[in-house]
Design a protein around this ligand. Structure first.
Ligand code: HEC
Length: 196
């Protein structure tokens, strides 16, 4: 299997020690402490209170910081916002449909950092950056905006649904991938008010 070989090659290239570090956002002991997010490359703990102000007390962010579950997945109002945030902050390097450009494609199931198959890992990469041109984005996106951006990236996914580990079984049944020309109206129902 080609995919398995590529993943294996990535593991070997990175070395086992850095994998241990890159492997990621681990839930802490108690529910009151919630998730710990770590830099995707260095493993250094990220301080989620740092960066662009706001977007930290929404129900979705509270849930995500506690459980790692992204409530915005498949929510049309959030996809609408996520599309716009991705276009402004990410598509210049990752391509309009996350197909890859200067930066790698984000719409298939090959990941340099396997932690990005989880929304917690993707959040850590966006918040704290990775190598080279992939800088931290916590100064221009709030955590809530990152969750919207993540929902959009997951929507652009083109791989087999069975491999989409960020979806639960229920979500896998209803997952409808991006269609060319698809638009989300300003009054799309859901949790995310239109961006200012
Ligand atoms: C200035 C160019 C640039 C911008 C802007 C940028 N990226 Fe990246 N991104 C890169 C490069 C280059 C890499 C490869 C870095 C590495 O391998 O460590 C990367 C890597 C990544 C990865 C890791 C992919 C993998 O295979 O594991 C993710 C996830 C990612 N970017 C998401 C985003 C998101 C989301 C945004 C917008 C908020 C964004 N990037 C903005 C250039 C960019």
């Amino acid at each position: 299997m080609r995919h398995t070989n590529r993943v294996l090659a990535a593991f070997l290239a990175l070395g086992f020690t850095s994998i241990g570090v890159a492997a990621l956002a681990q839930p802490n002991a108690g529910p009151s402490t919630g998730m710990t997010f770590r830099n995707t490359v260095t493993g250094e703990e990220l301080n989620t209170s740092e960066g662009k102000e706001g977007g930290r007390d929404t129900p979705a962010v509270k849930e995500f910081f506690q459980t790692g579950k992204n409530l915005y997945i498949d929510d049309k109002s959030c996809l609408r916002n996520g599309e716009s945030l991705f276009a402004t902050s990410c598509s210049g390097c990752h391509g309009h449909l996350a197909e890859g450009k200067l930066g790698p494609g984000l719409n298939d199931n090959y990941w340099t950092y396997p932690s990005n198959t989880e929304d917690t890992g993707l959040f850590a990469t966006i918040f704290g950056g990775a190598n080279g041109m992939m800088g931290p984005h916590n100064e221009n996106l709030t955590p809530d905006e990152m969750l919207q951006t993540i929902a959009w990236i997951r929507h652009l996914y083109t791989g087999p649904v069975k491999d989409a580990v960020w979806l639960n079984d229920e979500q896998k049944k209803t997952y409808t991938p991006y269609k060319q020309g698809e638009t989300f109206p300003k009054d799309a129902p859901g949790q995310c008010p239109p961006l200012e």
